[in-house]
Design a protein around this ligand. Sequence first.
Ligand SMILES: *[C@@H]1O[C@H](CO)[C@@H](O)[C@H](O)[C@H]1NC(C)=O
Ligand SMILES: *[C@@H]1O[C@H](CO)[C@@H](O)[C@H](O)[C@H]1NC(C)=O
Ligand SMILES: *[C@@H]1O[C@H](CO)[C@@H](O)[C@H](O)[C@H]1NC(C)=O
Ligand SMILES: *[C@@H]1O[C@H](CO)[C@@H](O)[C@H](O)[C@H]1NC(C)=O
Ligand SMILES: *[C@@H]1O[C@H](CO)[C@@H](O)[C@H](O)[C@H]1NC(C)=O
Ligand SMILES: *[C@@H]1O[C@H](CO)[C@@H](O)[C@H](O)[C@H]1NC(C)=O
Ligand SMILES: *[C@@H]1O[C@H](CO)[C@@H](O)[C@H](O)[C@H]1NC(C)=O
Ligand SMILES: *[C@@H]1O[C@H](CO)[C@@H](O)[C@H](O)[C@H]1NC(C)=O
Ligand SMILES: *[C@@H]1O[C@H](CO)[C@@H](O)[C@H](O)[C@H]1NC(C)=O
Ligand SMILES: *[C@@H]1O[C@H](CO)[C@@H](O)[C@H](O)[C@H]1NC(C)=O
Length: 304
Amino acid sequence: MWSGFKLTKFLAIALLLACSSSGFAAVTEPPAEQPTDAPVVQTTTKPTTTTVAPKTTTTVAPKTTTLAPNTTTVAPPTTPAPPPAPYPDPQIGKWNTSCIMVQMAAQLNLTYETKDNKTTTALYNIPPNATIDAGNCLNQTEQISLEWGPIDALHSLVIQFSKNESRKEFAVQSLVFNIPIEGDNFPNAKEGQHAQLIYAGKPVFSTPLHMSYHCTRKQKLNLTETLDMTSEPNGQVTLTNVQFEAFRPNNSTSFSTAKDCDAPDTPDVVPIAVGIALATLIVIVLIAYLIARRRSTARGYTSF
Ligand SMILES: *[C@@H]1O[C@H](CO)[C@@H](O)[C@H](O)[C@H]1NC(C)=O
Ligand SMILES: *[C@@H]1O[C@H](CO)[C@@H](O)[C@H](O)[C@H]1NC(C)=O
Ligand SMILES: *[C@@H]1O[C@H](CO)[C@@H](O)[C@H](O)[C@H]1NC(C)=O
Ligand SMILES: *[C@@H]1O[C@H](CO)[C@@H](O)[C@H](O)[C@H]1NC(C)=O
Ligand SMILES: *[C@@H]1O[C@H](CO)[C@@H](O)[C@H](O)[C@H]1NC(C)=O
Ligand SMILES: *[C@@H]1O[C@H](CO)[C@@H](O)[C@H](O)[C@H]1NC(C)=O
Ligand SMILES: *[C@@H]1O[C@H](CO)[C@@H](O)[C@H](O)[C@H]1NC(C)=O
Ligand SMILES: *[C@@H]1O[C@H](CO)[C@@H](O)[C@H](O)[C@H]1NC(C)=O
Ligand SMILES: *[C@@H]1O[C@H](CO)[C@@H](O)[C@H](O)[C@H]1NC(C)=O
Ligand SMILES: *[C@@H]1O[C@H](CO)[C@@H](O)[C@H](O)[C@H]1NC(C)=O
């Protein structure tokens, strides 16, 4: 793309030069016609070529324009290079139990072994039509289990939330993905593999109780094969368009007020600042008005 941009810029300049400065092109022409001549002869022939030049100025211009298409044929090789068909972006899914509501688009980048015993990576999207397998709503932890895929090779995701009573917050405690390595998503995969990808680090996305966590941008979490998170990551999950709420009032049907991941911790600062500025302005106007009124009444005018 960068080189393509450069080329078009170059072409534009080349065309401009060809159209505007035909005299310049005429001067560059002569050396090309007689490059092998002896230096002594060149000085004598030069005057004759410069007298010819004014006549050929119109014919020189097309020559430079034919150079331009030549460079455009060079451009295509750089553009076909990128298209290794991109894996689609994940779609947003929405799931709820009586106490949890989750909305997100999730994509895994996970490693697997190929038939020739090599490790490779693949992207995998959590389908938005995954169904809710189970959920529980306990005092301190709540979880929701999603599952999808064929019955003989079930895929699943379990999200666990925890509550911190003293801080009046909840957070995502863990994410556990179970993905059988099979199908078109995992070309050339060795048979019988099953990936377990876990996030169980420090709780993430913490949010005040009775609010929902909201984040549109991409967020990545490293995943490991075991719960203790000590082994090397065997994958990553990228979450976008996230909205989570756990420990919901049991009869609510939608997300509570959202706390956005990019909102400042003190979201009231801006309205307060605007309010103070407005109030100051009003006070100033009022004082000015009162002073003006006092002066005008002193002079004997009446005012309303
Ligand atoms: C134009 O193409 C010819 C042959 O295809 C090549 O020799 C020449 O270098 C090209 N010129 C430019 C400016 O790319
Ligand atoms: C999901 O929420 C709806 C209301 O928004 C509720 O009727 C439904 O029972 C909930 N689903 C589950 C599995 O609790
Ligand atoms: C997937 O993860 C591997 C290893 O972390 C990385 O090299 C690769 O670029 C990632 N793929 C994508 C599409 O992000
Ligand atoms: C892959 O490894 C297994 C044992 O780990 C071995 O039996 C098999 O021959 C290897 N395959 C290749 C292509 O190296
Ligand atoms: C989910 O969608 C996929 C294709 O998008 C489809 O093959 C699959 O049958 C669907 N699963 C369910 C449970 O609807
Ligand atoms: C749940 O919390 C309530 C009060 O917060 C407590 O009385 C009850 O014993 C707890 N139940 C469990 C199973 O922890
Ligand atoms: C709640 O948060 C406080 C302060 O961060 C922490 O000390 C405490 O261990 C947390 N409690 C639970 C149950 O996570
Ligand atoms: C994820 O893992 C990679 C490679 O091990 C590391 O460089 C990166 O810092 C990790 N990211 C987080 C958020 O832990
Ligand atoms: C909501 O939950 C409370 C206990 O947390 C229970 O007493 C009440 O019956 C529930 N209401 C509904 C409509 O399920
Ligand atoms: C939720 O249910 C409780 C009783 O279970 C009721 O008192 C309350 O008004 C309900 N709230 C809403 C918003 O419906």
